[in-house]
Design a protein around this ligand. Sequence first.
Ligand code: GYE
Length: 333
Amino acid sequence: MIARALYRSGLVLAIVLTLAACGESAPRASGALSTPHAVKLKTYPELVVGFAQIGAESEWRTANTRSIQTTADQLGIELDLSDAQQQQANQINAIRSFIAQGVDVIGVSPVVETGWDEVFAEVKQAGIPLILLDRSANVPAELYSVRIGSDFVEEGRRACGELARLLDGQGSIVVLEGTQGSAPMLGRGAGFQECLQTYPGLHVLASQSGDFIRARGKEEMAALLQTHGNSIDGVFAQNDDMALGAIEAIEEYGLRPGIDIKIVSIDAVRAAFEAMIAGKLNATIECNPLLGPLFFATALNLANDLPVEKWIKPDEGVYRQDTAAQELPNRLY
Ligand code: GYE
């Protein structure tokens, strides 16, 4: 899907560039000083992009930031990257400063889903295209140009399917949720719940928020073990980092993660593959953070008024212990 979208956007751009080139080299009527129909398209090195990143809460996020930075460097794009340290107010300030600078395109990964209407309307008013990268926002569709990111509801369904398989449809599950009110927390939770309806033998004992952070996942898992002890059969961690923290808590409690308690998480970062190879994590649902190339290809199309799809989704898989060792060398994040 990524390849297709890139190919398509590249193709559209190539066609338009060719037309523009033809326009410029077409013979001019005598006396004419310019070619009124030639289209002057922006190229990557002319682009100025502002991106309001969330922070550095997880390995996923670090890989995402790296992908955006290295792609901008490779393409010669001027990138203003801001780190909001998990604060929505900082993201809003960053967006306002991008408007003041007059950047060509603004990108943001909204830390939570709500509270964006006003600032997004300001972006629209300024005539700057807005890309939601990774997380979505709960706003009317006309307030942004495109969202590039995963189907979080589907990821939740897949996580439930994996746990149901591992537990033979019977057992008690605890959930480690990501940042409250964020699109992946809400979407993954909804997909998981929806799929649970088809497994009457599975039920959720408790849910706690670990904010997508490893240390918090460990803390919350330790507390859950204190309360529910040996009655926990499975853990659904809404990202790998929290699952890795939970693994430590389970070991400290004296149980075997991956055996006594089955664990499924989301992201598919390298450390998750290492944990699967060690037999401590049972499965991970892929969520691709390497969105830099797609982000800038889309930004260029928007800056040139070319059409883009409203929701661009990366292709993603599910990984289990049996193929983890074989897959690890291929992992790029
Ligand atoms: O799963 C988690 C990160 O928004 C999809 O945010 C992203 C999530 C990712 O902190 O690890």
